[in-house]
Design a protein around this ligand. Sequence first.
Ligand SMILES: C[S@@+](CC[C@H](N)C(=O)[O-])C[C@H]1O[C@@H](n2cnc3c(N)ncnc32)[C@H](O)[C@@H]1O
Length: 219
Amino acid sequence: MNQIFPGVWKQKNKILTKNIVPGFRSFTEETLKIKGEEYRVWDPSRSKACAAIAKGLKGFPLRQGMKILYLGIANGYTSSFFSDIIGSEGIIYGVEISERSIRDLNPVAEKRGNIVPVLANARRPEDYRWIEQVDIVYQDVATNDQSEILIRNCNAFLKPSGFAMIAIKSRSIDVTKNPRQIYTQEEKKLSRVFKILDKKELDPFEKDHMFFLLKIKQL
Ligand SMILES: C[S@@+](CC[C@H](N)C(=O)[O-])C[C@H]1O[C@@H](n2cnc3c(N)ncnc32)[C@H](O)[C@@H]1O
């Protein structure tokens, strides 16, 4: 087993995190016992962050104890692995617009103890301004204004030393355009605010998606 990033391992072709709640499966994920510890298998076809790692993303900025603002947390599949990586000292504020998804997320959040579900519209950060400053903003809300939503939330909540990650879904922005054209257009918007540390197309795990790893530009 190789450690590929802090809190993330690879064994054969499987990407793993160490379960912070051993014995509890947040979803139907496979678990492995290695040297007495329980690891969870992270599926790149269910998670864009995992797909980006599987495609060879150069860095993955999550560290133990970090605070994360997660936009579009849904039922919490990806964030359950983030929750393993940051550990019980860290915290994830998970913004989600769908009540149904929040209902599915609640038992996972309760069991894990480091995920705070927030029923809100990520276009309106003023509605959840009680959230503290965070180390990472993660954006997986597939709308036609994805980059703008990320930038607005980073302006409100990201520490000056912070990182951001976004999975751009070209079909949500404009189905009539070639995905590469969309990626270039969105990269231009993002690079006004962020340094682009790396980017990866997510196929074959996710069609027509580009994942960006970003760092706030210092003025
Ligand atoms: C692709 S899914 C997220 C999957 C999740 N990130 C994962 O990997 O486990 C996108 C989610 O964004 C939510 N969403 C869409 N528009 C939103 C908005 N304006 N504010 C907050 N959430 C939104 C949807 O309800 C959906 O659950």
